[in-house]
Design a protein. Structure first.
Lengths: 520, 494
């Protein structure tokens, strides 16, 4: 690994580059968009690719050295200056963000070209800005800087969603109100922490925490920070903004925002609880587990049942996302090592699964122009490869091995059993069964009902020949999505299995180091 | 107890070979090339399985860990006597069924044959995977893959009936495995810290009697493929599938995977000691006995031949569970042996049902009067198959039933002896009328002309092969009998 040995300035500046690269590219793409409609896309694509490569290098660096990289912005030391901290946890999430942003961007090239023909500059610029915001939130070790970056991500997110369907602006407004309330709560909490500790640096605050465990100001700060974050991650009953915002947005925007926003917010929650408030305060002193796990159970049940009531494919996905938020929040607040591992692993797996499902949504939309589940008739015969990928993604959400969804669910359930939270275990099993119903309902439509208007009623064997020929005509007209969409989608669905098989390695080599040793 | 282990990738290859054939099956331009892929894969698979047989008969096991997914649990393969017996049955019958599939599917001009052969290959891979699993996680993985791969096969006709049957199939199979078996597995893992199949189970000393009972029931009903009542009604519903699917999957692979999984869990996870100490085996025996008798009674009233066979299968599967749960040496040998013996007999019967349907389009027993004159070979094979399932000499089924009967006497539970005898009587009662009416009905009842017209050769040859093997197994049961007694030796430690 001589590559990293030299004190190369490029490598040592990577924590800053990974955030600032998309940020500057966003500005350039925005300006060039006025001059030339074709310019922004390649710029954004290159920037996202380079960001992705940087995040891979960061991950390798953290794993090979085993120590967190601390980067001081403009050379100011903590606690006065702003530091970016790349440890196992943030490196993992950064890698997740950059890869999803890149893959989703590449897969949707034709969508972007057609849907945002006259808004190329704005769209590409916002896409990069949103990515930069999420990356900054993940990397920063400063509680206030986190707020600033959260607002960058949120504002660009509102704008991205607003570019969607006719009803999108209204949904965005709703999202904007609630999102702003959430962010403001968080900011208020940070204010109290600053008053109590005189610091904004997370590690610095953590070192002061043991002395002020009894402080009511810290308790209030904790509660209000949590409420703010819970709104932002759309936990039940604070979820109202999510379904409309995600289902009304354009597919390419949903493909970026839906897999990442809730997951990064959950990462922030874990980060705040572990790095800032310390596990001792969160789990031992406050004993938040029961309350939060019950909140998670409520979210899982509510999300699953609501998903069952949806006729529209994308809206169904949005409720599944809400249920999955419950998985991760519940897993984390089980407070034991298995549960926390499961929550972190599920951040990765769920993001990948959601990406795959929204990419499938993009392909279905491209094919049928509709979003209802009924429009998927005959899809297995029409698009066998897309449907194979979709099946893998669906099974991953259900939790069937060897897809990745099974393995994180395994950790979550094991954690639940170890913590004696049997209702959480039951909720997870319930949700898996509901997910099975949800997706097999779609499979049935796609498998049994012929494509579009072709009807055949025969079921007895006397006119079997007729039936067979009806099927044959469907089979002969396989028409898959263009390769530019299909290849990234297939790659992601294969990744779902690879992630599953390597989950042991991910937990051993990354997640184990991301969890403080005080959590058993 | 030291068992010599051999490290070899062969079990993994045996699982994967049919999966690797799928790109070939899908991309083939002509039917014949496509079927060539299937036969090549089936042949290689059987060779791989057979090549491991001497090592297993030597008392060794073959191990291979593919990937470590949890600290103490990986996707691992382990070939032992029990797994070898099942793999041998499944991989040899895949070849025969493939022959039969070609005849059946082509003569009925079925649609989507490529899909059919592709998912068949996945299903057989998963079956071998279950047979060679070293731990419960790996077994669960392949169990689920099998559940999902058989769904498109069961619903092959894509009509209303197939849709509702498919729903029922998933409800029981997937509902059982996710709702019961998965949590049971995780609870077991939590308390014991391992999921590896051990010769005497892993629960002893870790789990109290109430929990052991609960987990046993969760496994027994969760692995719904075994069709223990009341988790049985997916099986008759699944008979809407094309007959080769019913033959291999619903007489051999799928249902036996259920039985095999339950046997594995009872012996390798729960452990015979725990079963006996907490008297769980008595309850399992009782549940199995009820299933045996009730299923046989229901079978009596079925007029559709495949449904009658389905209920017969439900009863016969519980023989396996009953035999193992008796916890006596002969009972366990008989139960394990029944996996093989019943497979050859029952697959013959399904082949016959399919051949009749292919040649005449008839599904109902009441319309088969005098069919023996038209299809003498098929109906003779039918007789042999039913004799084997009933347990008459000179058929393989006799050997396993003999051990089962001995097992009930050894364990001193005469009630189960009565169950077995009653069931054999009922089996005869629902099989003989089919045969009798086919050949010996009065002249004015005969529905067929006096002219021999069998199903296509591709359909007839396989059923002749399996019928002959059924008889052969009476005289030479050694490969399966040796494997079964070897398996029992490991489990009972004698």
């Amino acid at each position: 690994m001589t590559f990293f040995d030299g004190d190369s300035s490029l490598i040592s500046n990577l924590p800053a580059i990974v955030v600032t690269l998309p940020l500057f590219a966003s500005l350039i793409a925005g300006f060039l968009g006025w001059k030339n409609r074709k310019a922004p896309y390649p710029i954004a694509a290159v920037a996202l690719f380079l960001t992705f490569i940087s995040s891979v290098v960061l991950m390798i660096q953290v794993m090979s050295t085993g120590v967190a990289i601390e980067y001081r912005m403009a050379g100011w030391a903590a606690p006065v200056g702003i530091v970016y901290v790349i440890d196992h946890l943030s490196a993992l999430v950064i890698l997740l963000i950059t890869s999803i942003a890149f893959v989703n961007f590449i897969a949707n090239k034709s969508n972007i070209d057609t849907v945002f023909r006259n808004k190329a500059g704005a769209f590409n610029s916002l896409y990069l800005l949103f990515t930069a915001g999420l990356l900054g939130m993940t990397a920063t070790g400063d509680a206030f800087n986190l707020y600033v970056l959260m607002e960058i991500a949120s504002l660009s997110g509102y704008a991205l969603i607003g570019l969607g369907s006719n009803r999108a602006p209204l949904s965005t407004l709703n999202y904007l109100f609630l999102g702003t309330i959430g962010a403001t709560f968080y900011l208020l909490g940070v204010g109290y922490i600053y008053i109590a500790t005189g610091s904004l640096n997370m590690a610095d605050i953590a070192s002061i925490m043991p002395k002020i465990l009894d402080s009511s100001m810290i308790l209030f700060a904790f509660i209000i920070c949590m409420v703010g974050l819970l709104i932002k991650m759309a936990i039940f009953p604070l979820h109202g903004w999510l379904p409309n915002a995600y289902s009304e947005s354009a597919n390419v925007a949903a493909g970026l925002i839906a897999p990442l926003t809730t997951k990064v917010t959950i990462y922030i929650m874990i980060r705040i609880c572990l790095t800032l408030f310390t596990p001792q305060y969160t789990f031992d002193y406050l004993n938040t587990s029961d309350l939060m796990v019950w909140l998670a159970i409520g979210t899982i049940i509510f999300g699953s049942l609501s998903a069952l009531a949806q006729k529209d494919y994308k809206r169904m996905l949005t409720y599944i996302i809400i249920a999955e938020v419950g998985y991760m929040v519940g897993g984390f607040f089980l407070g034991n090592r298995i549960g926390v591992s499961g929550a972190i692993l599920h951040i990765v797996n769920d993001a990948a699964m959601t990406l795959a499902l929204f990419m499938a949504a993009g392909i279905f939309m491209w094919k049928t122009g509709e979003e209802s589940q009924e429009s998927l008739k005959g899809m297995f015969a029409k698009m066998p490869f897309t449907m194979a990928g979709f099946t893998v993604a669906a099974l991953s959400v259900v939790g069937v091995p060897p897809t990745c969804g099974f393995f994180s669910k395994w950790y979550l359930i094991s954690g639940g059993i170890a913590a004696g939270q049997y209702f959480f275990v039951a909720a997870l099993i319930f949700s898996s069964l509901v997910n099975a119903i949800l997706f097999f309902r779609i499979f049935e439509i796609a498998h049994f009902e012929p494509f579009k208007d072709h009807h055949h009623h025969s079921s007895n064997h006397s006119n079997k020949g007729e039936e067979a020929s009806a099927h044959d005509t469907h089979e002969q007209t396989i028409k898959e999505a263009p390769l530019g969409m299909l290849i990234p989608f297939m790659a992601v669905s294969i990744l779902l299995v690879v992630l599953g098989l390597y989950s042991g390695q991910i937990v051993n080599n990354i997640i184990n180091f991301a969890i403080p040793s005080s959590i058993l | 107890m030291s068992i010599e282990t051999v490290l070899s990738i062969k079990p993994v290859l045996a699982v994967l070979v049919s999966l690797l054939a799928i790109p070939g099956i899908i991309s083939s331009r002509s039917q014949n090339i496509r079927e060539a892929w299937t036969f090549a894969a089936a042949g290689i698979k059987l060779l791989l399985v057979v090549s491991m047989l001497p090592i297993i008969l030597d008392g060794k096991t073959i191990n291979y860990t593919l990937v470590q997914v949890f600290p103490d649990v990986g996707i691992s393969f382990r070939v032992d006597a029990l797994g070898m017996l099942f793999a041998l049955v499944a991989s040899s019958l895949w070849i025969v069924t493939s022959l039969y599939s070609v005849g059946y599917m082509r003569s009925l001009d079925e649609h989507s044959q490529t899909r059919y052969f592709a998912f068949f290959a996945v299903a057989i891979s998963a079956t071998i995977g279950v047979a060679f699993s070293a731990n419960l996680l790996t077994l669960y993985l392949f169990y689920e893959i099998l559940s999902l791969a058989t769904y498109p096969l069961v619903t092959h006709h894509q009509d209303k009936e197939a849709r509702s049957s498919g729903r029922k199939y998933l409800l029981y199979i997937l509902g059982g495995s996710i709702g019961l078996a998965l949590p049971a597995m995780l609870i077991t893992y939590h308390f014991t810290g391992t999921l590896d199949f051990a010769p005497h189970g892993v629960m002893a000393g870790h789990i109290n009697s109430g929990l052991a009972m609960l987990l046993s029931m969760m496994f027994l009903f969760g692995f719904a493929k075994v069709g223990i009542m009341p988790m049985h009604s997916w099986l008759p519903a699944a008979m809407v599938a094309p007959t080769p699917v019913s033959a291999l999957l619903h007489a051999v692979a799928v249902v036996k995977v259920g039985a095999f999984s339950v046997v594995r869990v009872m012996t390798g996870i729960i452990g015979t000691g725990v079963l006996a100490d907490f008297n769980i085996n008595g309850i399992i025996c009782a549940i199995a006995s009820i299933t045996i008798v009730v299923a046989s009674l229901i079978a009596l009233s079925q007029d559709e031949l495949k449904r009658r066979l389905a209920f017969s299968t439900i009863g016969q599967l519980s023989y396996i569970i009953l035999g193992v749960a008796l916890l006596s040496k002969s009972g366990m040998t008989g139960g394990i042996l029944h996996i093989a013996m019943h497979a050859f007999g029952k697959i013959t019967l399904f082949f016959c049902a399919g051949a009749i349907f292919c040649a005449t389009g008839i599904k109902y027993i009441s319309k088969m009067k005098g069919i023996g004159r038209r299809m003498p070979i098929t109906m003779t094979a039918f007789l042999i198959g039913s004799l084997s399932v009933i347990g008459f000499p000179p058929c393989g089924g006799f050997i396993s039933k003999w051990h089962l009967v001995l097992g009930t006497i050894e364990s001193g539970s005469l009630i189960f002896l009565i169950v077995l005898l009653l069931s054999s009587f009922l089996n005869a009662a629902y099989f003989f009328p089919v045969f009798y009416n086919a050949f010996f009905c009065s002249a004015d009842e005969v529905l067929f002309e006096d002219r021999v017209e069998e199903a296509p050769l591709w359909c007839v040859v396989p059923l002749v092969i399996t019928a002959s093997i059924s008889i052969l197994l009476f005289f030479y049961p050694q490969p399966f009998l040796n494997l079964a007694s070897l398996a029992v030796q490991t489990i009972m430690g004698v």
